[in-house]
Write a protein that binds this ligand. Structure first.
Ligand code: PYC
Length: 308
């Protein structure tokens, strides 16, 4: 097994090669289910504290049966699998470039929710063309103590999101505690009301939007991720969900660049085209850097070897 860490616009990815796990012989979507069920301790030991933390996303690289794909990848966080991961795909691409496994140009990865294309522009700059994204519901009301009623949209961008256009809390790092509490309270209210994505899917990511702070950018966002931590990047799948909502509202045209800031001020450059199923195909461009090579040691005497 070989493990390389990177960050994409501030958000960490831990990429795992040659893990030699027995995931069966089904399609990647089935292998991902086997991975989630059978290898919880593996995920915990790789991503959770004390070896990692709640912000990490793992990218388990597997062989793809698709002849046009350079690899298959299963993304996971400290509690479950992700469908797709935008920052993780950019991190994986920069990591494979660092290892000399891919050259600048076009490549395709297989994920459990579909194929994603990348353009490796430089060893660190990557544009990801995501799976088709769509808005599932608009103006859904939630109730949150101290903020009252808030309206948001539910959208799919490779994961499920609830997006609040005008956050009552400013999108600034100094309000991280309040933003996190608000995100958790919204998620709880959605759960209590039985509000889900399609087929009862848990809406596990909450996005709060506010005005941009940087010249030339369009918006700033805070993204609560399933572990209760937050995305340091603008969240690739979350940006895809956002573009799907903008397209559904007809408030941003296809092909025009949108710059999305994260709560730490890092940015993605986004645009969309109309998809075949009525949604949008979003391209997310950002930068990633390799930060470390990790050689984990699993000491059988360590009570926290599978994470806290
Ligand atoms: O970039 O898509 C993303 C993502 C999902 C969760 C954390 N990052």
């Amino acid at each position: 097994m070989r493990i390389i860490d990177s960050h994409t616009e501030g958000e960490p990815t831990r990429t795992i090669f040659n893990a030699a796990l027995d995931l069966g012989s089904g399609p990647l979507s089935e292998k991902a289910k086997v991975f989630e069920k059978k290898y919880r301790d593996f995920c915990g030991s790789i991503l959770k504290e004390p070896r990692g933390n709640d912000a990490y996303v793992g990218a388990l690289v597997v062989e793809s049966d698709e002849s046009d794909c350079v690899a298959g990848v299963i993304f996971f966080n400290t509690i479950q699998n992700l469908g797709m991961c935008g920052h993780g795909t950019i991190g994986l691409s920069a990591t494979m470039a660092y290892l000399g496994q891919i050259e600048p140009g076009s490549h395709t990865f297989e994920t459990p929710v579909g194929k994603v294309a990348i353009e490796l522009k430089t060893p660190n700059r990557v544009a990801v063309t995501n799976v088709e994204s769509y808005r599932f519901a608009s103006d859904v009301l939630v109730n949150v103590d101290s903020y009252g009623e808030l309206a948001g949209d539910i959208a799919w961008g490779g994961n499920w999101f609830f997006l609040v256009k005008d956050s009552p809390v400013p999108i600034k790092l100094k309000y991280l505690r309040q933003l996190t509490d608000l995100g958790l309270a919204i998620r709880n209210d959605l759960e209590n009301k039985g509000i889900t994505g399609s087929q009862g899917a848990w809406i596990d990511h909450i996005e709060l939007y506010g005005p941009p702070e940087l010249d030339g950018s369009n918006s700033r966002s805070f993204v609560l991720v399933p572990s209760g931590s937050y995305d340091r990047s603008p969240c690739g799948t979350g940006c895809s969900a956002k573009m799907a909502c903008l397209a559904a509202d007809r408030s941003w045209p296809a092909g025009k660049t949108w710059i999305q800031e994260s709560v730490i001020g890092s940015t993605y450059s986004l645009s969309y085209e109309h998809g075949e199923a009525g949604g949008v195909i979003v391209t997310v461009e950002g930068s990633a850097y390799v930060t470390a090579e990790v050689v984990p040691i699993f000491d059988s005497r360590d009570p926290y070897r599978t994470g806290i």
